[in-house]
Write a protein that binds this ligand. Structure first.
Ligand code: MN
Length: 241
């Protein structure tokens, strides 16, 4: 039994090569897997499930085909597409996951999260995150017409870029004490996340327990996914043809 994990595709109409590679991934290794987990920032922007979106529809159709052939599809929201909801998931034949969530597979357990909630050294970002995750704020945003939502999202992305350009590398990475805290609370030895676009495998100790943190890569210059089967975990990169 194999489970595959990917995150941070940041699909957008202006980068059709990423969508093409993702659709190839769905046609290639994915059908042999028991489960596919998409851990957030699938889309560069998501204005709400009710806004007509040709790219979103194309991806939902492809995921729905994967799901119909027997691969369970799970979707988690990222910080770009935190408004992905039940409407999209129904069209994609997917299950929306809470963040974080414990995934049991191949006789093991892993704590799975997008990862932005672990970047606690970035106080400004965490304040923004609390705001945009507030159900009242989301309801207000979703009551706006699509054009107004698009304008606000564009403004927010410009602000985010300016902030990232200013903030130091360590500030925008996960905070080690937060990683330890979530592993301690969950009582599991493996943490899987994306968001930081710094793929790799890190060993750490939590109260003397040997733990592993695996970071998924982004799809900016090529594909990237994590394979989890009875032999363990393997980070795989897909060159872009
Ligand atoms: Mn992210």
């Amino acid at each position: 039994m194999t489970a595959l994990f990917a995150s941070d595709l940041h699909l957008e109409p202006g980068r059709p090569e990423i969508t093409r590679q993702f659709l190839e991934f769905l046609a290639g290794p994915v059908p042999e897997a028991a489960a596919l987990y998409l851990l957030g920032d699938i889309f560069e922007a998501w204005l709400g499930d009710d806004v007509p979106d040709p790219l979103g529809a194309e991806v939902a159709n492809a995921l729905s085909a994967v799901s119909a052939r027997g691969t369970a599809v799970y979707v988690m929201q990222g910080n770009r597409d935190f408004l992905l909801g039940d409407g999209f998931c129904a069209r994609a034949g997917a299950t929306l996951l809470p963040d974080p969530v414990i995934v049991s597979h191949a006789g093991g357990r892993a704590l799975v999260t997008h990862g932005d909630a672990l970047c606690t050294a970035d106080g400004a970002y965490q304040r923004l995150r609390s705001l945009v995750r507030d159900p009242r704020v989301q309801r207000a945003f979703l009551s706006l017409p699509a054009g107004a939502r698009r304008a606000l999202a564009t403004e927010a992305r410009a602000g985010s870029r300016a902030h990232l350009a200013e903030a130091g590398q360590y500030i925008t990475d996960v905070e080690p004490s937060s990683v330890e805290a979530v592993l301690r609370e969950a009582g599991v030895d493996v943490l899987l996340h994306g968001h930081t676009h710094r793929p790799g495998t890190h060993a750490l100790a939590v109260d003397g327990r040997r733990c592993t943190r695996i970071v998924l890569g982004d799809w900016h210059a090529g594909g990237s996914y994590l394979r989890w089967d009875a032999r363990g975990f393997e980070l795989v990169t897909l060159p872009r043809g």
